[in-house]
Design a protein around this ligand. Sequence first.
Ligand code: NAD
Length: 389
Amino acid sequence: MIIQPKTRGFISLTAHPKGCEGNVKEQIAFAEKHKFSSAPKNVLVIGASTGYGLASRIALAFGGGANTIGVFFERPSEKDKPASAGWYNSVAFKKFAEQSDLSAENINGDAFSSDVKEQVIDLIRQKYGKIDCVVYSLASPKRTDPFTGEVFKSVLKPIGEPFTGKTVNVDKDEVYEITIEPATAEEVQATEKVMGGEDWELWMQALHGEKLLANGVKTIAYSYIGPEITWPIYANGTIGAAKDDLMRAREAIKFLLGDIGGQAIISVNKAVVTQASAAIPVVPLYISILFKVMKEKRIHEGCIEQMVKLFSDRLYGPSAGKSLDEQGRIRLDEFELHQDIQDAVAKVWPKISTENLKELSDIDGYKQEFLKLFGFGLSSVDYSKDVEV
Ligand code: NAD
């Protein structure tokens, strides 16, 4: 089958197996150039197929030599329909890991469910004994409560008052103003249920309860803060409230892991192009401007650069436990939020419009990276060729 990109706003209906494999290969090459020795041996990555979770898995396996279990929720291919990008990424990851004598197991299913937790528990017991590191990197629009069966849907809305701000239509290269009405109390709670810390806690309780966590285990979840222009929709919005709940969960997990000397950590990462960030209003426009500024200053980073830095230096390397912020979090967003960078972004923000979008921002770079998430635009792939889906 010949596969071409088919995008609608922030979603892509197709993905290219060879292109996804090429992306994984590229990230592996970066991780292999930055090997580190103090890595954990057995790692569980929840949300391992795309974005920060995939990059975490690659950094830990190919940079640190870890065995990995990856949990994700992806769509396999059907007769004449390609699989989702995360499916192809995970197939490629496993193939390359095994070629490098690294154990890699994939579990495709709903990480929020008790069933998937049990599958992972069985697998750890049979094959790995104990887990040294648990990465929690889920981004999901909904969650079914495993005990009540109730379905919660997350929303990306401000809290308290409406928000009006600039955003971009990436299909039309059009900058326009949107107004988003504030979330209801129910929507705030639902977003917390989906993107907050409850499920992270449930995973850690289940693994700890089955005595599958090694002494000194570390578990990490990811957060974002960003600049003031995105606060009404991010940090002070429904998703920010869910990220606050992660902080609550961190304390509960620290307490839980006290008897085995375990640690629960939150890392605040920089804004990158992923399927999750593309869905947030305002953020793609901000990222397009940010990328232009950071590329000009030669400090541009994507998922793999951030995750190699995280695991080789901040979580296991020389800076472990050091340079945390006042709330005890690791800050990988230090370049993004540096005053010089934010001043440069703030200068452009009021001026940006449809007319000057290409000149004042890196919208083309943003779109290239977006297509690349689905395996498109790689020079190593011949897209006119038939490919097995
Ligand atoms: P992403 O969309 O690329 O990845 C989400 C992952 O979650 C995928 O592996 C997907 O398969 C998995 N997933 C979703 N629902 C699932 C389910 N029910 N069961 C099993 N797996 C499921 O997202 P991302 O941007 O890499 O986000 C990961 C984390 O990083 C999130 O906590 C996000 O808030 C945080 N973060 C993202 C950014 C950014 O700019 N993208 C910045 C800072 C922090």
